[in-house]
Design a protein around this ligand. Sequence first.
Ligand SMILES: [Fe+2]
Length: 303
Amino acid sequence: MDIRSLGYVVIESTEPQQWLDYGTNILGLMVAPTMPNDDNVYLKLDSRPYRFAVVKSDVNKLAYCGWELPDEAGFMAAKDELNAAGVSFEEASNTEAQARRVRGLIRLQDPSGNGLELFWGGELDYAKFISPMGIAGFETGDNGNMGLGHAVLPAAKLVETHLFYKNVLGFGDSDYMHFKFSPDPADPGQGLNFMHVNNPRHHSLALYEDQANPLGCVHLMLEVKDVNEVGYCLDRVEAAEIPIVSTLGRHTNDNMLSFYMATPTGFAMEFGTDGLQMDWEGFTPTVTSLPSLWGHKFNMPDA
Ligand SMILES: [Fe+2]
């Protein structure tokens, strides 16, 4: 399967309007000008019509990661591969696909129960990105082909879920980490698989060995092009008294300089810059023993 990028995320929220204030005034995203003016909140950060769809619901969770296939042939091949692997999926209607601004869409779950969508024909709307906080640009590649950033998802069945993304969806391994948060010798610790798709971003997905996580997400990551925008965002977060989940730091595996904050939904948002862009030809997946070169003092052990 030839998945190219993380195209969008769909967040279900009891109060989507919370994301309007947070998304624009803290993250510096733009209200998507070519999306419907309804009860939902659509946020834009590059040439794509939106990257965040926050939809009205009676629960608060990350509902779907939308993964992009290159074209219709790739989409049909993906469905054949799912069928061959015995993975069931739901075909979305044309109306649903149009609402996502794509030409074809299917919906499924990974073995840990995370929702995902596969799509092809994602539109560019050519509406100029104008950040309300003056951010010149987010790092999403050419025509957004590196995707919106990355998602770290809970995986109660880590081994099975990792193999699903690797063997069925064709993701590649970037790095593996293993953490132990307690000194208890009986504590088996938790694994974290970092995975890439067919673009240079070091990882578009990470799977965290987590038990019940009703939020459906550990964190999402957005990358800006200028280190000063990380600092300005940190100032806005502190001024708004939004909880800082991790202090500023530099990650080892993707070199990201970032900090983490709480979102209105309760999972974290990593806001960073300077992430590695890889040439995957001949790459050997790494095993990393330390998450950060410096900083990144977390105040939530599982964030
Ligand atoms: Fe991250």
